[in-house]
Design a protein around this ligand. Structure first.
Ligand SMILES: C[S@@+](CC[C@H](N)C(=O)[O-])C[C@H]1O[C@@H](n2cnc3c(N)ncnc32)[C@H](O)[C@@H]1O
Length: 365
């Protein structure tokens, strides 16, 4: 008797209408169960969960001009995409120091880069806030490096992991810390604020047009019952928006949610303080002629970088700076919508001659 042909395997279905589990929502994390998904995710312009696609790579390499044998710093190592490209460009003989404040993703990135062949002779990984870069370099007895890259904000891995609480789209604790061993989670930080404080945070960190309304609603709701999860905060924001006229509400889409989460993230991680310190120390960490490139993702970051570079240029600390911001190409934005708000600025530290002149000017004064 002939054996019947095997029954085709049925596709594994979600148990409910709204998949809540991380591994069900992000099927590419489970290639055994969903083999064809990774390619599909990439082709649809999305970033596979647990990874990060580096932004403006060609533009970053063009402004940093890495050469074999040079010394580079990636101040925001993330998934290591930019770092891997820089490492290739500075070898043979070059070395990269990679910093990141995230103790959860950093060891995974180090392992991945080591797996690509970048051993300790090429790559040093340091768990540090980039505001501490001068200390890191001093501990290695490095007076200055040839190039420094900072790609600000969060990585996709941080956004995609519900346990980190970065995304209003995923249920998780309202935490939002890049370094969960430091500072307070967002829900605890919220408890110390009154309405005016929160209104200022929403305005300063996210240019939130509904800062008054949102701060009033959030502070009231939090005092009645602490908002400890991402979905609780998201629900309160949505409720507040319901009180606006329909037309206004519809034109907003998910804007208020994005901006509230961004504002809280910046505050909880003290991102502007760290960036301002980094910008102050940056020229001192570069060799004369050394290059810096900074990728920003919103106006508060870009404003600070632009001002610091312009002031450094006026004072002769930088010999050249970007006149205009560099934006990702339309193709890149199409392929990776997370690149859409990126802006790249660069600066070159003044050479020896300029610095001697500067010193002479100050000495005469
Ligand atoms: C946009 S991701 C960088 C992605 C990276 N360029 C890549 O190619 O994968 C930003 C990273 O910077 C880190 N970060 C943010 N602020 C930081 C700070 N003040 N000091 C050090 N790392 C920081 C975050 O933890 C995150 O991993």
């Amino acid at each position: 008797m002939e054996t019947p042909p095997p029954k085709p395997k049925r596709r594994v279905r979600y148990s409910g209408r709204n998949p809540r589990r991380f591994e069900d929502k992000y099927k590419e994390l489970n290639p055994q169960k969903y083999p064809e998904t990774l390619e599909k995710v990439l082709a649809s312009g999305k970033t596979p969960a647990g990874t990060h696609r580096p932004i403006c790579v060609a533009e970053v390499l063009q402004v940093l001009r890495p050469c074999p044998g040079e010394l580079a710093v990636d101040a925001t190592l993330g998934y290591g995409g930019h770092a891997a490209e820089l490492l290739k460009a500075i070898s043979p003989g070059g070395k990269l120091i990679g910093l990141d404040s995230d103790p959860i993703e950093l060891p995974k990135t180090e392992q991945r880069l080591r797996g690509l062949g970048f051993g300790p002779e090429f790559l040093t990984v340091v768990h540090s806030n980039f505001a501490g870069l001068p200390r890191v370099l001093a501990s290695m007895e490095i007076p200055g490096v040839d190039m420094i890259l900072a790609d600000l904000g969060c990585s996709s891995m941080q956004f995609d992991n519900p346990a980190r609480g970065f995304s209003y789209k995923l249920e998780g604790p309202l935490d939002l810390r890049m370094n969960p061993n430091k500072g307070q989670p967002a829900f605890a930080w919220l408890s110390g604020l009154d309405q005016q404080d929160l209104e200022e945070v929403l305005q300063d960190n996210a240019d939130e047009p509904h800062a008054r309304l949102l701060s009033e609603t959030i502070v009231r709701a939090h005092s009645q019952k602490p908002l400890t999860t991402t979905s609780e905060l998201a629900r309160v924001v949505k409720t507040a928006m319901q009180s606006l006229p329909l037309q206004r509400r519809e034109s907003e889409d998910s804007g208020p949610l994005k901006r509230v989460f961004q504002a809280l993230r910046i505050a909880v991680n003290e991102e502007f303080t760290a960036l301002e310190m980094f910008l102050r120390f940056l020229p001192g960490c570069l060799k004369p002629g050394g290059r810096a490139a900074i990728l920003t993702f919103h106006s508060g970051e870009d404003r600070r970088v632009k001002k610091a570079f312009q002031a450094g240029h006026r004072e002769g600390v930088y010999s050249e700076i970007a006149e205009e911001v560099i934006r990702p190409t339309t193709e890149e934005i199409h392929g990776n919508p997370r690149a859409s708000s990126a802006k790249l600025r660069w600066a070159i530290r003044a050479g020896q001659a300029c610095l001697v002149l500067l010193f002479a000017i100050f000495a005469v004064k």
